[in-house]
Each structure stands twice: as structure tokens, then as C-alpha cells.
Design a protein around this ligand. Structure first.
Ligand code: RET
Length: 244
């Protein structure tokens, strides 16, 4: 039977493959070492977490519910790295990054609390998690675009793409939480693992792949500028919205 273990194993393979592009970037673009290190962490840590889940290591049973420790540790480490990367793209400064990470850790901790504590407290914790998520979305959507200083138009476009992908995908997690055994139990545990592994893969491996691709273009643009190959006159092909 195809179940939790298989999905977790597939997740591990996907995350490991997803770590190859930023490793390549690390070797090829020393100027953006920190950006690539953050990306290697995002999929690399998830690859380890999924391997542990496939081996069924770290499943805790708390008040009759199973909580996967590797999953929460993975989220606690890698979602801040995703936010760090977005914040580095926009040079948004420490205050903004701190707000993002505090909101992120708060929502994850409240989510974990909501899994293990029954009754009214469960839904209160969940509502608190949603509120923290609201703070995070507000920062990414409303504040950062006003305060960020992007090194060029391409960096801004890359930020907007990755930010939109992040908000769209992260919004699905609380929905899955409600449908899963943690909430009303419409999804089985196997189904939940499949859906979450799929969401994790897109919000991590696809995010990382798009980020590496975008930074490669940024490096090319820098290289062309350094070599004096950039024309000053904006020609018909130089619209950054349409250039690839
Ligand atoms: C919970 C329940 C409490 C309310 C909210 C949640 C949101 C979780 C999110 C998780 C994102 C995880 C990612 C993992 C990548 O691999 C904890 C489910 C709002 C947004 C992106």
C-alpha cells in the first residue's frame, strides 16, 4: 500500500534533487554566497527531515495525536530561511526580518500547540496562528514593497514572484491543517502526508529553483554591467518586465 512512508521517501528524493541548483550556485557565484547558503539550507534541511519521516523517526504521540517532530523542526528552521532570502533580496533591514521571523515562529508554535491540546484551546491556538500569519502576510505584501531597496528591477521582479508564490502556498497550510486529523479529520493521515509533502516540495524546491534561476540572471546583468556591455539608451528589448 502506498502510504505515509512512500510519500515521505519521495519527498526526501525531491528535496535532495532540489538542493543541487543552489549548490551549483554556491560554486559559481561567490558574490551571492549567503543567498545560496540560505537556499541550500531550505531544501537540504527538508531532505534530512523527510528521510527521518520516511524512517518513521521522531513521531511523537501526545494526548492521542501523532506529531511529527522532524516536520516541525524542519518548518521552524527552513521557513525563516525562506523569509531571510526574501528579505535579503529587498535589503529590508533587521526590523522587518525580525517581524517576519517572530510572526513565523509564533504561528508554527501555536500550530503545534493546537495539534496536541484538545478542546477550545485547540481552536484558540489555531486562531492565534492565523493572526500571526496575517502579520506575516501584511509585512510581505504591504510593508516591504514600500521600504525595500532592490539593487535593480530584476531583483524586484524576482522578489515579487517569490513573494506571491510564498503567500499563495503558505495560505494552503492552515486549510490542510483544518481538513487533516489535526482539525476536522476529513483527510486521512496518509492523504495528509501526500498533500503536505506536495505543498512542501513546491514551496521549497520550486521556490529554490526559481530563486537560483533569477539570481543567475542577476549575476549575468551584473557581469554585463561590469564589462560595460549594458547600453545606456533603453532599446526596445531592455524593458525588464519583458526581458527574460
Ligand atoms: C498552521 C496552523 C496554525 C495556523 C497556521 C499554520 C500555518 C503554517 C504554515 C506553514 C508553512 C510551511 C512551509 C513549509 C515548507 O516546507 C501551523 C498549519 C497559519 C504557513 C512553507
Amino acid at each position: 500500500m502506498v502510504g505515509t512512508t512512500t510519500w515521505a521517501a519521495l519527498g526526501a528524493v525531491g528535496m535532495a534533487l532540489g538542493t543541487l541548483p543552489p549548490l551549483w550556485g554556491l560554486g559559481n557565484d561567490p558574490d551571492r554566497r549567503n543567498h545560496y547558503l540560505a537556499l541550500v539550507g531550505v531544501t537540504g534541511i527538508a531532505a534530512v527531515a523527510y528521510t527521518l519521516m520516511a524512517l518513521r523517526i521522531g513521531d511523537l504521540t501526545v494526548s492521542g495525536r501523532i506529531v511529527s517532530l522532524p516536520r516541525y523542526v524542519d518548518w521552524l528552521l527552513t521557513t525563516p530561511l525562506i523569509l531571510l532570502f526574501l528579505s535579503m533580496l529587498g535589503n529590508t533591514g533587521r526590523g522587518s526580518l525580525a517581524r517576519l521571523v517572530v510572526a513565523d515562529v509564533t504561528l508554527l508554535v501555536l500550530g503545534a500547540v493546537a495539534v496536541v491540546i484538545p478542546g477550545t484551546v485547540r481552536w484558540l491556538a489555531f486562531a492565534g496562528g492565523l493572526a500571526a500569519f496575517g502579520v506575516l502576510v501584511y509585512e510581505l505584501y504591504a510593508r516591504i514593497p514600500r521600504t525595500a531597496s532592490f539593487s535593480n528591477e530584476r531583483a524586484r521582479i524576482l522578489f515579487v514572484t517569490l513573494r506571491n508564490l510564498t503567500i499563495a502556498l503558505w495560505t494552503l497550510y492552515p486549510v490542510v491543517w483544518v481538513l487533516a486529523p489535526s482539525g476536522i479529520g476529513l483527510l486521512t493521515r496518509d492523504m495528509t502526508m501526500l498533500v503536505v509533502a506536495y505543498l512542501d516540495l513546491i514551496s521549497k524546491a520550486a521556490f529554490v529553483a526559481l530563486a537560483v534561476d533569477g539570481m543567475d540572471a542577476l549575476a549575468d546583468a551584473d557581469g554585463a554591467a561590469d564589462a560595460g556591455a549594458v547600453t545606456v539608451e533603453p532599446g526596445p528589448d531592455s524593458d525588464p518586465q519583458t526581458a527574460d
